[in-house]
Design a protein around this ligand. Structure first.
Ligand code: MUC
Ligand code: MG
Length: 375
C-alpha cells in the first residue's frame, strides 16, 4: 500500500524586504509567501510555495486567493490520494480547478519534495538529473533612485555576487527611463550586463522609441515591453530590433509558448514554475522553446527560499538555459523561514544537496512571520 496524502496546510507568511522594490505596477515593502505543508501517511512532510508580486498587480492569483483555493478546493481533492503518484494527483487537481497555476505549483512542489525525501534523492534527480549544479543569478536594481542603484551594483560586483543587473522600468516616462538606464550602463560599462523589464507598461510607439535608445546604450535584453495580449506588437518589435526581446507575462505555459513561437514573438522566454502550474509545466514550456530555437531564462516571482530552490531544481535539469536566472528572491528578504538559507557565491546560486528540495522549515521563524499568529 503506497503512502496517502493525509493533510495539506496553506500558510500566509509576510516577510520584510531589505529595501523598497519598485516595479512598473507596484512598490513592494514586504513579500507575502504562501507556504504549503503536505503530510503523508508514511510520516513524510513535503513543502511548497506559491508567491506572487504586489497582490493582484502581476497576475490573476493573489496570496489570499491562493490560500482560499487550496483550503477550499485543492486540498480536499488531494486527501487520500497516492502521495507517490504526482502525475495522477496533478491530473485530479486539473479536473477540480481550471487555471490557478500558482496554487497548483505549490502543491506539485510539496509532492515532489515529499517524494524526494521518501526516495532519499534531490528533486532534480526525480526530474532526470541536474545538468548544472550552480545557476548564474542576476540582481534587480529597483530602489527607484539612479545613484543608489549604481552604488548597489558596485557593491554586488565587488562582492562577486552578481555581474548582471536587471532594471525595472515603465513607471516613469520613456525618456526618463532611458536616461536612468543609460546612466547605470555607462557607470558599469563592460563589467556588467544590464537588462530591463518593462512589465508590459509601454505602448508600441513607446516601445519603438525606448528600445531604439536602449539598444544604442548597449542594453543586453528587453523583457516584456508591451501588454501580454498584444502578440503582434511583440512580434513586430522582435523582428525590428537586434537586441533580444524576452516574453515574461506573455508566456505562462506550453499553450502560450506554442502561439509565441508560431508568430515569432520573442527571442527569449522567461520561464517561471508558478506561471506554468509547477516544475513539470515549466519543463513542457521549455520543450516548445527548445524545438523552436528560442533561448531560455530562469525567472522568478520573487519567491522566498522554498519557491526559489524548487525553481532551481527545475532549471538545473533543462538542456539549455542560455540567459541564466534571476533566482535572487531570498536575497531581497530580510529574514527567512528555512533553517539554512540558499547559498550564493561567485555570481551563482548553488543547488542544495539533501533529499527533496534540500530545505527545512525553521519552525520558530515560521511561527513568528505567519500572518494568522499576529494581531
Ligand atoms: C518580473 O516581472 O520578472 C523578477 C525580478 C524582479 O525584480 O521582479 C520579477 C518579476
Ligand atoms: Mg518580468
Amino acid at each position: 500500500m503506497n503512502a496517502q496524502i493525509t493533510s495539506v496546510e496553506a500558510i500566509l507568511v509576510d516577510l520584510p524586504t531589505i529595501r523598497a522594490h519598485q516595479l512598473a505596477m507596484a512598490t513592494m515593502q514586504q513579500q507575502t509567501l504562501v507556504i504549503v505543508r503536505l503530510r503523508t501517511s508514511d510520516g513524510i512532510e513535503g513543502i511548497g510555495e506559491a508567491t506572487t508580486i504586489g497582490g493582484l498587480s502581476y497576475g490573476d492569483e493573489s496570496p489570499e486567493g491562493i490560500k482560499l483555493t487550496i483550503d477550499t478546493y485543492l486540498a480536499p481533492a488531494l486527501i487520500g490520494q497516492d502521495a507517490s503518484n504526482i502525475n495522477a494527483a496533478m491530473l485530479k487537481l486539473n479536473k477540480v480547478a481550471r487555471g490557478n497555476r500558482f496554487a497548483k505549483c505549490a502543491l506539485e512542489t510539496a509532492l515532489l519534495d515529499a517524494q524526494g525525501k521518501r526516495l532519499n534523492v534531490p528533486v532534480s534527480e526525480l526530474l532526470g538529473g541536474a545538468v548544472r549544479k550552480t545557476l548564474p543569478v542576476l540582481w534587480t536594481l529597483a530602489s527607484g533612485d539612479t545613484q543608489r542603484d549604481i552604488e548597489e551594483a558596485e557593491m554586488l560586483l565587488a562582492e562577486r555576487r552578481h555581474n548582471t543587473f536587471k532594471l525595472k522600468i515603465g513607471r516613469r516616462g520613456v525618456r526618463d527611463d532611458v536616461a536612468h538606464v543609460s546612466k547605470i550602463k555607462a557607470a558599469l560599462g563592460d563589467r556588467a550586463k544590464v537588462t530591463v523589464d518593462v512589465n508590459q507598461a509601454w505602448s508600441e510607439t513607446d516601445a519603438s522609441l525606448g528600445i531604439e535608445a536602449l539598444q544604442a546604450a548597449g542594453i543586453d535584453l528587453i523583457e516584456q515591453p508591451t501588454p501580454r495580449e498584444q502578440r503582434g506588437t511583440l512580434a513586430r518589435l522582435a523582428a525590428r530590433f537586434i537586441v533580444p526581446i524576452m516574453a515574461d507575462e506573455a508566456v505562462t505555459g506550453p499553450e502560450d509558448a506554442l502561439e509565441l513561437v508560431r508568430h515569432a514573438c520573442a527571442d527569449v522566454f522567461a520561464l517561471k514554475i508558478a506561471k506554468s502550474g509547477g516544475i513539470y509545466g515549466m519543463m513542457r514550456t521549455a520543450a516548445i522553446a527548445d524545438a523552436a530555437g528560442v533561448s531560455l531564462y530562469g525567472g522568478t516571482m520573487l519567491e522566498g527560499s522554498i519557491g526559489s530552490i524548487a525553481s532551481a531544481h527545475g532549471f538545473s535539469a533543462l538542456p539549455q538555459l542560455a540567459w541564466g536566472t534571476e533566482l535572487f528572491g531570498p536575497l531581497l528578504l530580510k529574514d527567512d523561514i528555512v533553517t539554512a538559507r540558499p547559498q550564493y557565491r561567485d555570481f551563482d546560486l548553488h543547488l542544495p544537496e539533501g533529499p527533496g528540495l534540500g530545505l527545512q522549515i525553521d519552525e520558530a521563524k515560521l511561527a513568528f512571520y505567519r500572518r494568522d499568529k499576529r494581531a
